[in-house]
Write a protein of this length. Structure first.
Lengths: 485, 96, 378
């Protein structure tokens, strides 16, 4: 086990984390950048080095990646790949120079350097990004059902596209249209799109259209082009869909759904679903930071100042993990949080902080109306929107422990007034994914059933380790070593 | 048969072993994408439901892709880049 | 505001409070439980769920033996399954010194007139637990010990209380306690409450409640760590410990392995006392090393969750059971020092007897609230 110390630990090497590392390193502070993926770039710039070198249609969505990745060559930055955070210890110390208040325990899972490490630092920036919002319908756990973002990840990571006549995309949002375009551009095929978007919403949203156009013309133009190309792609487009169900024995074989008062059935080999992305709050919950519920995004995010400072003195959040705002804003917020950390650590004076931070803040707030427009246009669907059949034994809330929606409702009726109680009644959230896949839905289900605000209903408590960890790896950890005591 | 096809011709290749069979892969594939490309439907059996499970997220949050990789059970195949000589077993969580 | 009136107010809705409240209600009292957070939020749900008479402090042996039949009937009594299983408990010797210690223990226990702890040979141990490491030399066992599911048990008790008409007030912290004309008066976050008598089952916060009455009863808060693994195929039936090693290990019905050993995490303090426990990876590693020493195959298991529950520890590791010396009508049942779970079904009837001034056979002198006073006890 190596123990190291640095000024700042950044967790997550997507746009936000890379920009944060750059800001911090620019002030001469040392950075340890930790990410569980084999290469840097996060979700949007997945496998960036290869994709940008190769060029082609995919590389178009990697604008800014090359510049952002250059931070990895900075002498002040050490990047740990395939590195999983197990635990973060925080202490309240007044002399942060002498007693680093943050200690991250992490597993290096690279082939040549496997082992548990502990890194102490004076500040922590959490830039763990977003995940796709899991959606609930009967059969959603069958092999062959995945996220639309997951399909895109397969393409970005390994250059694979789905083919054949059984590929169906379902849900709503820009990612659906973007991925549809990317699949087709790479010679893949899509048989049908099931559009769950609510008709009439465009009309209701137009009031925000003009400010949105001014706020981020590039994004809005991109969105319009996507919409136009998607509609002209020739793919069968079913609107106003409800009552989705995936059918099959050991994997998906068919889907059934309702549209225009009719029930339709299609053969299906891959059903990819999407209803936007939500902040991945696993780490900020582990740290027991204060969180706030966003009604527009129907998700929690750590409460933070515009600079990313959280309810814990040495912890900042940046990027989509602090609330969904897209890659460019993630980058800006990363850069801003890095500056704020440098200021807090005394490496950057107040006037200079303002000179650098003000333009970033202006860029961020200028993009606000565009985000608000997208949030409204693709407002998250109700938890039950994908399926009407909530009693179905195959509508599962917790995949890992096979807890159905019906069982969750039973528990709530039985007095489980919050997500943690549902967890102790039913084991919902106790499995391998540690509540990642059911947490968001559980808060929404409990809040609706108990007629409380999601903020009050709360969220699953997250315990260490942050990922299920082999005991053999734990044994690496010297028991006597206790950096914070 | 797999529905997943290479859109981009493979460059350099490595060899890995999947359930005892030798398989060619490219270094930018993860174990999960290799298995999908091979047409693998079930990556393992969910220990609670007894039903097959498979990747849903490809970004490390769903745990549907758990495999035994180089002897380590319960490894997330979507976060594991392939390496020459890697040994992969599907089938879900097991004690050694 | 005119205060609510009850025959009994129970402070703290952990298993002890739930057990006392239900028993008192069954005996005809009107009962309110006041809980600062939510039912069984702390030690009671963080517990390992061990129902162990094996290797208990001599003063507690009789109580745990008396609690065992109550566990047997608990699901019936509460109307819900508590996951109780007579799996047995076993304490393994890993070297000659440990084996000697177990033999000494067996002799000492027999001299006290107990015959439930029994030595088993290496072969018998291996036959009982084939997965156990080869270096183990033998063990001490209690066959009718076992374990229950703490979460299921807490829910069952909470339900039974609600059904029986006990008023459960969550998010209602008691902030002071004083004598009144009708008995005792409690100030709570939700207004005043009058009660004929009060039972303090406030766990790690019990000393604060005692302090309201002027009872000095030392308790240290410990954040006791537990570790749980992903589900595994069944490989061990009894609850396993080791002489000379901090370890308790069991496999639940779901297949998860639950590992403890009284390793301590950090205690986060809040304005109202201890707030929550924060587990520490290094100490979990020590605990896991102990588990792997007995079960080498566990190296390939995955830890999914580590938590640290807040428990009140007394200087001698024995609970406080008895009446306040300074405030008549106030009774204490706290400081169970990491092994109260097994006693929970007995604490209800035992405390209810004290409340009613009934005699019973339980020798509770070793648990006297005043035993650490310099001046002496009650
Ligand atoms: C599946 C998906 C597809 C998307 N597609 C698009 C798109 O096509 N176009 C678009 O504009 N936006 C897209 N988005 C949104 C876009 O990805 C984000 O706005 C942007 O990437 C946010 O950047 P970030 O740095 O905050 O997060 P990320 O880029 O996600 O970076 C976070 C990093 O943290 C790492 N990490 C997380 N937890 C840990 C941990 N505990 N230990 C170590 N590392 C950890 C992750 O592996 C990741 O590398 C998509 C989002 C998702 C989830
Ligand atoms: S595919 Fe979801 S965790 Fe690997």
């Amino acid at each position: 086990m190596t123990d190291d110390t640095c000024d700042v630990i950044v967790i997550g090497a997507g746009p936000a984390g890379l920009a944060a590392a750059q800001s911090v390193a620019d002030q001469g502070l040392s950075v340890r950048l930790i990410d569980e993926q084999p290469t840097a770039g996060g979700q949007i710039w997945r496998n960036a080095a290869v994709v940008t070198r190769r060029g082609g249609p995919l590389a178009k969505s990697y604008g800014g990646a090359v510049a952002a990745l250059s931070v990895l060559r900075n002498d002040h930055v050490k990047h740990a790949t395939s590195a999983t955070v197990l635990e973060v210890a925080l202490s309240q110390t007044s002399d942060t120079a002498r007693d680093p208040p943050v200690c991250v325990t992490w597993l290096s899972a690279t082939q040549d350097a496997r082992g548990v490490r502990e890194t102490a630092a004076r500040a922590l920036i959490v830039a763990t990004g977003a995940m796709e919002r899991p959606v609930l319908f009967p059969g959603a756990t069958l092999p062959g059902v995945m996220g639309i973002g997951a399909v895109q990840s397969v393409l970005k990571q390994s250059g694979l596209v789905p083919t054949g006549d059984g590929v169906v995309l379902a849900g709503q949002g820009p990612l659906l249209m973007l991925t549809l375009g990317q699949i087709l551009a790479h010679g893949g095929s899509v048989a049908a799109v099931l559009d769950f978007g609510q008709s009439g919403r465009v009309a209701r949203t137009t009031s925000g259209l003009f400010p949105a156009l001014l706020s981020d013309p590039a994004i809005m133009a991109q969105g319009a082009a996507l919409l136009w190309r998607a509609r002209r792609s020739g793919v069968a487009w079913h609107r106003g869909v409800t009552g989705l169900r995936a059918i099959g024995k050991d994997g998906i074989e068919q889907i059934a759904f309702e549209t225009g008062g009719k029930t339709m059935q299609l053969t299906c080999s891959l059903l990819a679903v999407h209803d936007g992305v939500i902040p991945n709050t696993q780490l900020t919950r582990l740290l027991a930071l204060d969180h706030v519920w966003s009604n527009a995004q129907q998700a929690f995010a750590a409460r933070s100042t515009p600079e990313g400072a959280t309810s814990a003195p040495s912890v900042w959040v940046a990027g989509d993990g602090a609330g969904i705002a897209g890659a460019e804003v993630a980058r800006l917020r990363g850069a801003l949080s890095g500056l704020d950390v440098a200021r807090a650590l005394g490496a950057l004076g107040d006037p200079e902080f303002r000179t650098r931070a003000d333009p970033l803040k202006r860029h961020i707030s200028r993009r606000g109306p565009a985000r608000a427009f997208v949030d409204k246009l693709y407002a998250p669907l109700p938890v039950t929107a994908f399926s009407k059949d909530n009693a179905a034994a195959s509508t599962v809330v917790c995949r890992c422990e096979a807890v159905t929606l019906a069982r969750v409702h039973d528990a709530i009726r039985d007095g489980a007034t919050g997500p943690n109680r549902v967890k102790t009644f039913t084991r919902c959230g106790m499995g391998a994914c540690q509540g990642r896949m059911c947490g968001n839905a559980l808060t929404r289900i409990v809040a609706a059933a108990t007629r409380s605000a999601p903020q009050d209903a709360g969220a699953l408590r997250i315990r260490p380790p942050l990922k299920p960890t082999l005991i053999s790896d734990y044994l690496d950890l010297s028991p006597t070593h206790d950096p914070l005591s | 048969m797999s529905i997943w096809k290479r859109a981009i011709p493979p460059g350099e290749t490595v060899t890995i072993h999947v359930n005892g069979q030798t398989v060619t892969a490219t270094p930018d594939e993860t174990v999960a994408t290799v298995l999908l490309r091979l047409g693998t439907r079930s990556f393992g059996i969910n220990p609670a439901s007894g039903y097959p499970q498979a990747p849903a997220c490809l970004m490390g949050v769903c745990f549907g892709c758990l495999c035994r990789i180089d002897g380590r059970p319960g490894t997330q195949a979507c976060l594991e880049q392939v390496r020459d000589g890697m040994v992969v077993e599907t089938g879900g969580l097991r004690v050694s | 505001m005119t205060p609510d009136r009850h025959d009994l107010a129970v402070i703290g809705a952990g298993l002890m409070g739930l057990s006392v409240a239900l028993e008192a209600r069954t005996r005809g009292m009107s009962v309110v439980i006041l809980e600062a957070e939510t039912c069984a939020r702390h030690a009671s749900s963080a517990s390992a769920g061990g129902v162990r008479s094996l290797n208990r402090h001599p003063a507690e042996i009789a109580l745990t033996r008396a609690a065992l039949p109550l566990w047997e009937g608990l699901a019936y009594r509460l109307g819900r399954d508590c996951g109780f299983r007579r799996s047995g408990q076993i304490r393994v010797a890993e070297d000659a010194e440990a084996m000697q210690a177990l033999e000494d223990r067996a002799t000492a226990i027999a001299a006290l007139g107990f015959d439930h702890e029994r030595l088993v040979t290496r072969d018998e141990l291996k036959a009982r637990i084939p997965a156990i490491a080869d270096h183990c030399l033998g063990a001490l066992v209690v066959d009718d010990d076992g374990f229950a599911d703490p979460l299921a048990t807490a829910h069952a008790w909470r339900h039974a209380n609600a059904r029986a008409g006990v008023l459960i007030r969550e998010h209602t912290r008691v902030m002071s306690l004083e004598r009144s004309t009708a008995g005792l008066r409690l100030a709570t976050a939700a207004g005043p409450i009058e009660a004929g008598c009060v039972v303090n089952t406030a766990g790690a916060w019990g000393d604060r409640i005692a302090g309201f009455a002027g009872d000095g009863m030392p308790v240290r808060t410990a954040a006791l760590q537990m570790i749980v693994t992903a589900r595994m195929p069944a490989f061990v039936d009894p609850v396993v410990g080791s002489q000379g090693r901090k370890l308790s290990l069991k496999q639940t019905a779901a297949g998860s392995v639950v590992i403890g050993g009284a390793y301590k995490g950090d205690v986060r303090e809040g304005p109202d006392g201890p707030l929550r426990g924060v587990p520490r990876a290094g100490r979990a590693a020590s605990n896991l090393a102990n588990a792997v020493s007995l079960f080498p195959a566990l190296r390939a298991a995955r830890v999914t969750r580590i938590w640290a529950g807040l428990e009140g520890m007394t200087p001698d590791g024995l609970p406080y059971l008895g009446q306040s010396r300074t405030m008549p009508g106030l009774f204490h049942a706290f400081g169970f020092s990491a092994h109260g779970f097994a006693l929970a079904p007995l604490i209800g009837p035992l405390m209810a007897d004290l409340l009613e001034g009934k005699r019973n056979n339980h020798a509770i002198a070793p648990f006297a609230p005043g035993r650490f006073d310099s001046v002496g006890s009650v």
